[in-house]
Design a protein around this ligand. Structure first.
Ligand code: FAD
Length: 395
């Protein structure tokens, strides 16, 4: 009798958690959600600009520290690979805080002249952070201000395509979480200086590991869900969905960042060959791939990427992001390539409303402009079509 009294609640709890009590018989609790998605139109007439650009990847970790060389205080912040935008605001806060500590230790006043080398995302975020910390005498020197890697980047918030020393992963995770909070505030209209450029959209990967976002779950993001994407043409794909993913509209963010600092910063167009050319004592080095020569950093390796902008699409159909990996191979020129398909709702600044969407992408370590690997555009396009079940073309 006593044994039965003990077993009854155990049996009841089993029924409760196994879904027998109170479950909807037609719709089991763990049924996978099916989401209908209209694929983008990938006909030739709907393909726009082809973009070749190079992620500034540093083996081991991005360079994010200060040093004193020839009496100059130099803060380095480069080498974030395919995650420069993802980490940007957090990485910049981390480095400018280090610089501020050094300047205070050296009793350098807030009006000390500071030169930022580089006008990409990292350079512009650095100017904004310095201004917010009360620094007043800032010059940005850059070889180029237009059509930078930072303008062309796809816009997925995810710490991917980096090479991190596992010991530094905790720091990179925290920087990414800080950056997520920054972009979420932009997306929610809470950042007065950066009024637009980030949007919260569902983001789909084949599995949780591919996303790089698991460290953010429970901190700033909700857990991913298993879902089935139904492309309504007979093709379905099982994916995981992060419904609070963030798309960073990189062209628009570059404009917002530039506008946020333009009145308070001096701009000079110039290539720097040696830090000693810069008269200021304090320098922030945000030169991306340029750091290989300027900082003589052999750990800097460009990671080539191919993108195709889409034209004349239905914008409402493309308000999400997808990233799937296809595996590794060799380009015709002999480089190792990691191939993927991704689609983000990117728009080029000033383009018509229906010219939305970008597909990518390749990851080719060591290839630069001299080896454009143009065959990869077709391989990528075929991969995209196969993913959506639009066509099965031979490569
Ligand atoms: C195909 C592709 C897709 C990407 N997608 C994403 C994505 O989805 N999400 C994400 O987070 N990141 C993405 N990235 C990565 C991201 O674009 C970069 O990490 C980021 O833009 C780097 O910013 P940056 O300011 O360091 O460099 P850059 O934008 O390259 O700017 C460097 C600046 O330094 C200047 N400079 C360089 N050398 C010198 C010199 N010697 N003297 C003077 N000026 C100099 C340049 O002129 C430029 O102004 C992508 C990159 C590529 C290539």
């Amino acid at each position: 009798m006593q044994k039965n009294l003990v077993l009854f609640p155990v049996f009841f709890l089993f029924l409760l958690f196994s879904g027998f009590v109170g479950a909807d018989q037609k719709q089991p609790k763990d049924a996978i959600e099916v989401r209908k998605i209209n694929p983008p139109n990938l006909d030739n007439a709907n393909l726009g600009k082809r973009i070749l650009c190079h992620r500034p990847m540093r083996q081991g970790t991005p360079k994010m520290y200060t040093e004193i060389v020839d009496n100059k205080l130099i803060a380095h912040n480069y080498g974030h690979g395919g995650s420069g935008w993802t980490l940007g605001p957090g990485a910049v806060k981390y480095v400018i805080d280090l610089l501020d500590q050094q300047m205070q230790a050296q009793k350098l006043a807030k009006n000390t002249p500071i030169t930022i080398v580089g006008a990409g995302a990292i350079g512009l975020f650095s100017a904004l952070e310095l201004l917010q910390q009360g620094y007043q005498n800032i010059t940005i020197v850059a070889e180029s201000f237009d059509n930078l890697t930072s303008h062309n980047a796809g816009g997925l918030l995810a710490p991917v395509s980096m090479d991190n020393d596992p010991e530094l992963q905790k720091l990179i995770d925290q920087i990414g979480i800080d950056a997520y909070i920054f972009y979420k505030n932009v997306a929610l209209g809470k950042n007065k200086l950066i009024p637009n450029g980030a949007v919260i959209v569902p983001t789909y990967f084949e599995n949780r590991e591919d996303s790089g976002l698991e460290a953010y779950v429970g901190q700033v993001m909700q857990p991913a869900k298993d879902v089935i994407l139904d492309f309504q043409n007979g093709t379905t794909r099982r994916m995981v969905a992060y419904d609070d993913g963030i798309f960073m509209d990189t062209g628009s963010l570059m404009t917002s960042l530039y506008n946020a600092v333009a009145d308070q910063v001096t701009f000079k167009k110039k290539k720097i060959h040696n830090f000693n050319e810069i008269p200021d004592q304090v320098i922030v080095n945000c030169t991306g791939n340029g750091a290989k020569d300027l900082a003589k950093d052999d750990k800097m390796i460009p990671v080539q990427g191919h993108l195709i902008m889409l034209k004349d699409q239905e914008p409402a159909d493309l308000q999400h992001m997808i990233l799937v990996y296809f595996g590794k191979g060799k380009t015709k020129t002999g480089f190792n390539v990691k191939r993927s398909f991704y689609m983000f709702p990117k728009k080029l600044v000033g383009s018509p409303a229906k010219d939305v969407g970008v597909i990518g992408g390749t990851f080719i370590e060591g290839a630069d402009e001299k080896t454009p690997n143009n065959d990869e555009y077709e391989i990528m396009l075929n991969g995209a079509k196969q993913f959506y079940g639009l066509a099965s073309t031979k490569q």
